[in-house]
Design a protein around this ligand. Structure first.
Ligand SMILES: C[S@@+](CC[C@H](N)C(=O)[O-])C[C@H]1O[C@@H](n2cnc3c(N)ncnc32)[C@H](O)[C@@H]1O
Length: 188
């Protein structure tokens, strides 16, 4: 067994915690890798909410899901994840964020500290007991280090009675190896 890179490990964690029929959020849809994965994970009776500010990303992902007959349990929103609080109904079991820019697309369109924190807080408010918010942080681009700092500082400040927070990263790799944060809501 090889130790999994952060992106792969984010899916491993989600597959261990998310069940058929669950409600989940993909906060940064992009090309839809996580959206497709979540749609399969929650199945026909589950629900996936996806957010991206780029129309191109939403259109691409819609087509990807249609081609695989996975659209029926997914609602895609061409708007920022800072609107999660008002657009997602009821409690959620999980959320995933892939922060940074979409590879192969406009590198100026990046996730930003303020809106990312607003979205994380909305997800934590909606999280069920044992539910999980997974974040993959890329920080090699302009603006990336500031977002990384803000997100880690916020995650570290969470009350340990309410949430368990894990950080996972290869620490001997060059080129800013992505950081995985996993925030799980504890039972009271
Ligand atoms: C690293 S990419 C996501 C990759 C994606 N998970 C995939 O499977 O391809 C980051 C995405 O966040 C999007 N984004 C930037 N600001 C956003 C915001 N405020 N709300 C939602 N998405 C945002 C970008 O448009 C970009 O598609």
């Amino acid at each position: 067994m090889k130790i999994q890179p952060s992106v792969r490990y984010s899916h491993t964690l989600l597959s261990q915690l998310v069940q058929k029929g669950d409600t989940v959020i993909d906060a940064t849809v992009g090309k839809g890798n996580d959206t497709e994965f979540l749609s399969e994970l929650v199945g026909q009776k589950g629900k996936v909410y996806g957010f991206d500010v780029q129309e191109e990303a939403i259109k691409y992902t819609k087509q990807r899901l249609d081609d695989k007959n996975l659209s029926s349990n997914v609602s895609l929103f061409n708007t920022g994840h800072e609107n999660i609080e008002k657009l997602v109904d009821g409690p959620i079991n999980a959320a995933i964020f892939n922060l940074g820019y979409l590879p192969g697309s406009n590198k100026d369109i990046i996730t930003k500290p303020d809106t990312t924190l607003t979205a994380i807080k909305a997800c934590l408010n909606k999280l069920k007991i044992n539910g999980i918010v997974v974040l993959v942080l890329y920080y090699g681009h302009v603006g990336g280090p500031q977002e990384k700092h803000a997100v880690i500082e916020y995650a570290q400040s969470l009350n340990q009675k309410e949430f368990s927070v894990m950080q996972y990263q290869f620490i001997n790799q060059v080129h800013c190896p992505p950081i995985l944060l996993a925030i799980q809501k504890n039972a009271n």
